[in-house]
Design a protein around this ligand. Structure first.
Ligand code: MTE
Length: 315
């Protein structure tokens, strides 16, 4: 077990996690001073900026898929894109957006390999043309007991998996995210963490139509702080299962060891489905705080997706 030098925010009771009103005031102040970092177009160089801008023009906004988009009020873009868990940059949610400027997201090869017939490496910018993009409105529930309703843009992971043709022995999918200490200042501050941030799903979960590879949000390409250029979104699981800035997707016959499971297996087990009946070791999961309104609402089993995914967990 690695040395936990800095305890993550998740180890705080939910009541002690920064209140949105407090960080908004601070960000407003920084913006007025011109100090707050930008999102999407705060790129590192002109080439990266041009590539992203061309992409944005061509593929966004994508058409909303109504069948997968319940009629729920969306969380405010400004809040969802400035209140981030991305430990490679900072453990302070409000600071992540100010630390992403040096993170280079184009070019971005993604390797899909392991137990499959046709392994493949694709650049993140090729994905939209290859698989098509659509928008879906999903509930998003963090293990810290805050939640949001988010319009993601992306495509079903199963489309990519079909292309590489998993072998029958492939029982799990491992997701590996970027590990660039020179561009991600949080990594060296959490030296005891088993970087890279790694996550995993059972193959049936990965093949479920709700499981998305996401390249955009709120009708635009993903901002860096939300996991550009490509991340996973699994809406019935706690948010930490949705790895950001993916570089590798591996089909495997062994259950992958995830970063959080390695650090604290009782608190962050591999499956990690949203379940209001199972409290976290240090707080209840029965309710959640809506990130932009502050309303407290009841948490739904499987985050409201029981009808779609309940069958995966029938004993
Ligand atoms: N992916 C990486 N690479 N690093 C992280 O720290 N945090 C996870 C998940 N993916 C994380 C990550 C957690 S705890 C949550 S709740 C979501 O990203 C937050 O996504 P958001 O910032 O887009 O809301």
């Amino acid at each position: 077990m690695p040395n936990l030098i800095i305890r993550p925010d998740w180890h705080l009771p939910e009541s002690r996690v920064t209140q949105v009103s407090a960080y908004r005031n601070r960000r407003k102040f920084l913006r007025e001073l011109g100090l707050a970092g930008g999102g999407l177009l705060a790129a590192s160089g002109p080439l990266e900026r041009d590539a992203l801008a061309a992409d944005a023009k061509k593929f966004y906004p994508a058409k909303r898929n109504i069948a997968f988009s319940p009629d729920l009020p969306l969380s405010k873009e400004k809040i969802f894109t400035t209140y981030n868990n991305f430990y490679e940059f900072s453990t302070d949610k409000e600071a992540v957006v100010d630390r992403v400027d040096k993170f280079v997201i184009a070019p971005w090869p993604v390797k899909i390999h392991g137990l499959c017939e046709k392994p493949l490496t694709l650049d993140a910018q090729e994905l939209a043309a290859e698989f098509g993009l659509e928008e879906r409105v999903y509930r998003f529930r963090c293990v810290e007991a805050w939640s949001a309703v988010v319009p993601w843009t992306g495509f079903e992971l199963r489309k990519l998996l079909a292309k590489v043709q998993p072998k029958a022995e492939a029982k799990f999918v491992k997701f590996v995210t970027a590990n660039r200490p020179d561009q991600m200042p949080g990594i060296n501050r959490l030296r005891g963490y088993p970087w890279p941030y790694t996550e995993g799903l059972r193959i049936e979960e990965a093949l479920h139509p709700l499981t998305m590879l996401v390249t955009g949000v709120y009708g635009k390409p993903l901002p860096k702080q939300n996991g550009a250029p490509i991340r996973l979104v699994v809406p019935w699981k706690y948010g930490y299962k949705s790895g950001k800035s993916l570089v590798e997707i591996e089909l495997t016959d062994k259950q992958p060891k995830t970063l959080w499971e390695t650090l604290s297996p009782e608190e962050y087990p591999f499956e990690s489905n949203v379940d209001p009946a199972v409290p976290h070791a240090r707080w209840s999961q029965a309710t959640e705080r809506v990130v932009d309104t502050g309303d407290r609402i009841r948490t739904l089993p499987l985050n409201g997706y029981a009808a779609q995914v309940g069958g995966l967990y029938k004993k």
